[in-house]
Design a protein around this ligand. Structure first.
Ligand code: ZN
Length: 264
């Protein structure tokens, strides 16, 4: 998070459908080799679609891609299995058409629908990662002063990494603090702050994330702390369910805390 460019999700995370227009629709194999390499696991007949606007959160900032559908008048149906922001800054949707004879054309009006269950699951994992980072920060008198380096919020492999060493004996305290922050049902707000305000409030501003208007997207767990972040979040921490701190491991001055979420 601190050192990488993050794709910015512009929409309210409650928006799960959108009408927009097709910009391009290309067979995956027609992309330049470097661009194809962003879509590992693509099928032979898959296509890559870009649109004027999108509600699909692309993979990035530690969060997996949304999945879902794009449809035109119930006649053309495109199933989206992956979205990525490529170096040209455009978001591309990888997927397959229900009927290989009926493809999108530039200018077509389409409706986008993301899979809400998958989005919500990712948002829970993502928000839990911030809670874990904030729990460690609140415990710095006990665990020591560390700084967050990066995080992965993908289910099954989620972790937060810190510069500095955290002893394994602090696992129970971190677990208790993180669970307390969830149960406290804190409000999670997304806001845009100017760079000076963000820095003054102790936010690590990722390189390459400064937009032209000088503001940065911030997720603020109200009363606890904020991050520069382009991902999708819940509005209240209790909706995470529960968090389980799995493992604290240390290597070369870096501590990695892995975690999972639970339904309770
Ligand atoms: Zn976030």
């Amino acid at each position: 998070m601190a050192t990488r460019s993050i794709p910015v999700y512009q929409k309210d995370s409650a928006v799960h459908s959108l009408v927009t227009k097709i910009v391009s629709c290309l067979p995956i194999h027609s992309l330049a080799e470097n661009d194809q390499s962003f879509f590992k696991g693509a099928g032979e007949s898959d296509h890559v679609v870009s649109t004027e606007d999108t509600i699909f959160h692309p993979q990035g900032g530690g969060q997996p891609s949304d999945i879902g559908e794009m449809n035109q008048n119930n006649e053309i149906s495109f199933s989206v299995k992956h979205a990525r922001k490529l170096p040209d800054n455009q978001i591309y949707h990888l997927g397959s058409f229900a009927n290989p004879q009926k493809l999108f054309n530039a200018g077509d009006v389409v409706s986008q629908n993301i899979n809400s269950a998958t989005r919500n699951y990712h948002s829970r994992y993502h928000t839990a990662g911030h809670i874990l980072g904030l729990a460690v920060k609140q415990l710095e008198d006990i665990v020591g002063v560390v700084s967050e380096l990066k995080a992965n919020h993908a289910p099954g492999m989620a972790f937060v990494e810190f510069q500095g060493l955290i002893a394994g004996e602090h696992k129970a305290a971190i677990q208790e603090k993180a669970s307390g922050l969830i149960e406290g049902n804190l409000e999670v707000k997304v806001d845009w702050w100017d760079i000076e305000t963000a820095k003054a409030r102790g936010i690590a501003v990722p390189e390459g994330s400064a937009p032209e208007d000088g503001t940065i997207r911030v997720v603020d767990v109200v009363g606890v702390g904020a991050y520069a972040c382009g991902g999708t979040h819940l509005h209240e921490t209790r909706d995470i369910g529960g968090i389980v701190v799995r493992k604290i491991s240390r290597q070369k001055g870096v501590t990695k805390i892995s975690y999972e979420i639970t339904d309770v």
